[in-house]
Every structure is written in structure tokens, then in C-alpha cells.
Design a protein around this ligand. Structure first.
Ligand SMILES: *Cc1c(COP(=O)(O)O)cnc(C)c1O
Length: 397
């Protein structure tokens, strides 16, 4: 056995989260794509079957009350809240991340309140949907978009800034941005901070309340394992809720949804972020998936510690197994700047990833030249990491 394989064995033996893997449906594939689609938790199929057969099939319409369907967006929001450092009553689940970005950015501009604030600052390297939607939101609100790198953000903030939309972790490079410092800078300029947590929630501490974030959105099918297309969430800080003016004021966020009134009157609290009838099947699959976080010893802190150990070990194995110069990591080495993925730049990345997948190591390829490996600490172990780097080394040699 190689030295690194021995080291992996020791690290796995000491891993306090090792047992959590049995709560997921996995095979002998090394699954490093949980930052794109989290693996299926064992408890989900049975729960979904109950929702379909009993709640829908037998209780039918009674389930809106008796099975808690109507209040699921807030209830499940409260389950996500501790994972992102939020007190209860500030998160609703529903719609996609794209739609929640739209709600949050338009509401942020409305909150920033005119008086010459006509710029939306956006991360120029953002996941495309965030940029597209910010541009449309800008056109609708009479603003212009100012795309800059997150490092440039403090330098462009000023009297004209209405809102700033940033990603906590960059989807391509895995770089973790300084949420506390950037949020403070946005506030110092009198603007509203909107954070996209797609690549950080469930992988590392976010501290929404602690750092005074205004609005946040995120998806639930990556590190929260909610399943394909599971609904996203929207966080509105409690003291801002009364000023949250949604651009999508549907009947589900009305103060009296069954009053069927012609005039809109927003409900108090986080449920102001709701729009229409929630996607119950996906939402309750997500609720079941979140049970994994209730197991003994599972906490965001433990997950973060293991995530850093996994990515450190992956970088060590890549340095040892992959001929030098063949790949180059674009993920920061410093822990304070690293999310839960490692992105390797590689000339023929598309082809290399296809061959990795054939050999049982699943990551993904991001255009034009990035091999992306996501590490979900709940089910990825150190032996997986060693094998992934070894297979990569064999392939590119
Ligand atoms: C995954 C991801 C999305 C996905 O948006 P959907 O509306 O769920 O398709 C959006 N933004 C970022 C930053 C992401 O990483």
C-alpha cells in the first residue's frame, strides 16, 4: 500500500463523520459532484412514497392542513436556518435560486430607496443566471449593472450603489469570499447586500445573522442533498421584513391568502417571500433529506473541519500523483479562501473528465478548461480522495 493510501486509511479511521455515509445511497463510485447534485439520502424514497400514496392518495386536499403542506415553506426554512446561521422566522423555501435572485435583487433596490442610488454591483465572475437576472432587474428598476470582481467591490461602492449581489463561494474556482468584510463595506456605503449561498450552505459556516447580511438566497440540491430541482430558499433579515417589497407578490404571500381580495396586502414575516402554490413533492423530499443533519455529531462546524481536511488531502495527493505542470489548481490554498471544492485547470479537461467518469471518479467539467471536484463531507471519505487523485494521475500521465 502506498504512503498516501495508508494515510487515507488513518484519516478515515479517525473521521467522526465516517458513519454518516451509510445514510446515503451510494455505490463504489467516488462521487465528487455533490456540489452539483447531492447524493440521495436513504430516508427520502420512503418519505416521498408516503407523501404520494397516503398524503396525496388518501388524504387528498386535507393534506394542506393535516399533513402540513401549507406551512412547509416556513417550516423547512426554519430547518435550513441553523445551517446558515439564521434564527427562525427569516427563511422561506420555494421557487428556484434564479427566481429568488430576482425577488431579492429587485427588493434590495426598492429597499435602498431611490435618492440617486441607481447601480447594482454584481460579481463579474458569477454563475451566469445571477448575472442575467441582475441585468434584467436593473433594467426594470432603472438601474445599471456594474460587474466587478469581488476584490474590486469595496472600491466601487458609493452613493450610487443600491444593491450588491455576491456569491459566497465561486462556483468555478471554489474561492470563498469574505462575507463579513464585504457585507460591512456594502453597509458602510448605505447599500443592501444580497448573498448567493449555493456553494456554501451545507458545506461551511455562513453566519447570516452574525454578519448582518440583508438578503440571501441559495439552492438545496447541492450540499443540502434535496434532490434534482428541489426548491431554493430566500432569507430576509427580520428587521427588514416589513420593508421587503416583493416583485412577485403572489397569493401565497398575502396576509390573508384565502380572503381572495383584489388588493394585495403582504403577510408579515418571512412568508412575504412566497409566491404561488409550493412544489410539495420536491419540498417534502428536501425536508426528509434535511434529517441527516439531526444525527449525533453532525454539525456545520464538523462538516467544515472535514471539508478542509478532504480538500487539503486532495491537493496533497494531486501534487504527488499528477505529473507536475499537467494540472494547475485555481482553488486558493488558504483555508479562509477555500470552499468545499477543488478546481484544476487542465488543457483537455472535457476529455479528461469523461475518462475519469468511465473509471468511476465523478466530478464535472466547467467550460473552458476546469476539472471540478466537490467534496461533501457527509459522504466523501479520504480513501475516495486518494483514489480520485490516483486515477487522475494515471489518466494524464
Ligand atoms: C447552482 C447555482 C444556481 C442555480 O440556480 P437554479 O435557479 O437552481 O438553476 C444559481 N446560482 C449559483 C451561484 C449556483 O451555484
Amino acid at each position: 500500500m502506498s504512503e498516501l493510501a495508508l494515510k487515507a486509511e488513518k484519516l478515515d479511521a479517525a473521521d467522526e463523520l465516517a458513519g454518516v455515509r451509510s445514510q446515503f445511497v451510494l455505490d463504489d463510485v467516488v462521487y465528487l459532484d455533490g456540489n452539483s447534485l447531492g447524493a440521495l439520502p436513504v430516508a427520502v424514497p420512503g418519505r416521498v412514497e408516503d407523501v404520494v400514496r397516503r398524503q396525496w392518495g388518501e388524504l387528498r386536499i386535507r393534506s394542506w392542513d393535516e399533513s402540513g403542506w401549507w406551512t412547509a415553506p416556513e417550516r423547512i426554512g426554519d430547518r435550513i436556518a441553523p445551517l446558515v446561521g439564521a434564527a427562525a422566522g427569516q427563511i422561506v423555501v420555494g421557487d428556484s435560486t434564479s427566481i429568488n435572485v430576482f425577488k431579492a435583487v429587485v427588493a434590495a433596490v426598492r429597499m435602498a430607496g431611490g435618492s440617486g442610488r441607481d447601480e447594482i454591483v454584481v460579481d463579474a465572475t458569477t454563475f451566469p443566471t445571477d448575472g442575467y437576472i441582475a441585468s434584467s432587474a436593473a433594467r426594470m428598476t432603472g438601474c445599471t449593472v456594474r460587474p466587478v470582481t469581488p476584490a474590486e467591490v469595496p472600491g466601487v461602492l458609493g452613493d450610487r450603489t443600491a444593491a450588491v449581489l455576491l456569491n459566497h463561494v465561486d462556483y468555478r474556482t471554489g474561492r470563498l469570499h469574505d462575507l463579513p468584510a464585504l457585507t460591512a463595506a456594502v453597509h458602510a456605503a448605505g447599500a443592501v447586500a444580497v448573498w448567493d449561498l449555493c456553494h456554501s450552505a451545507g458545506a461551511l459556516p455562513v453566519g447570516l445573522d452574525e454578519h448582518g447580511v440583508d438578503l440571501a438566497v441559495g439552492c438545496t440540491y447541492k450540499y443540502l442533498n434535496g434532490g434534482p430541482g428541489s426548491p431554493a430558499y430566500l432569507y430576509v433579515r427580520s428587521d427588514l421584513q416589513s420593508r421587503f417589497d416583493s416583485p412577485l407578490p403572489g397569493w401565497n404571500s398575502h396576509a390573508e391568502p384565502f380572503g381572495m381580495r383584489p388588493a394585495y396586502e403582504p403577510a408579515p414575516g418571512a412568508l412575504r417571500g412566497r409566491v404561488g402554490t409550493p412544489d410539495i413533492l420536491s419540498m417534502l423530499a428536501l425536508e426528509a433529506a434535511l434529517d441527516v443533519w439531526d444525527a449525533d455529531g453532525v454539525s456545520v462546524g464538523a462538516v467544515r473541519a472535514k471539508s478542509l481536511a478532504l480538500t487539503d488531502f486532495f491537493l496533497e495527493c494531486v501534487a504527488s500523483y499528477v505529473p507536475s505542470g499537467r494540472v494547475e489548481s485555481v482553488t486558493p490554498v488558504a483555508h479562509a479562501e477555500r470552499g468545499s471544492q477543488v478546481a484544476l485547470r487542465c488543457a483537455d479537461a472535457g476529455d479528461v473528465m469523461a475518462r475519469l467518469i468511465e473509471r468511476g471518479v465523478v466530478g464535472d467539467f466547467r467550460h473552458p478548461d476546469v476539472l471540478r471536484f466537490g467534496f461533501t463531507p457527509l459522504y466523501v471519505g479520504f480513501a475516495d480522495v486518494e483514489r480520485a487523485a490516483r486515477v487522475l494521475g494515471d489518466l494524464v500521465r
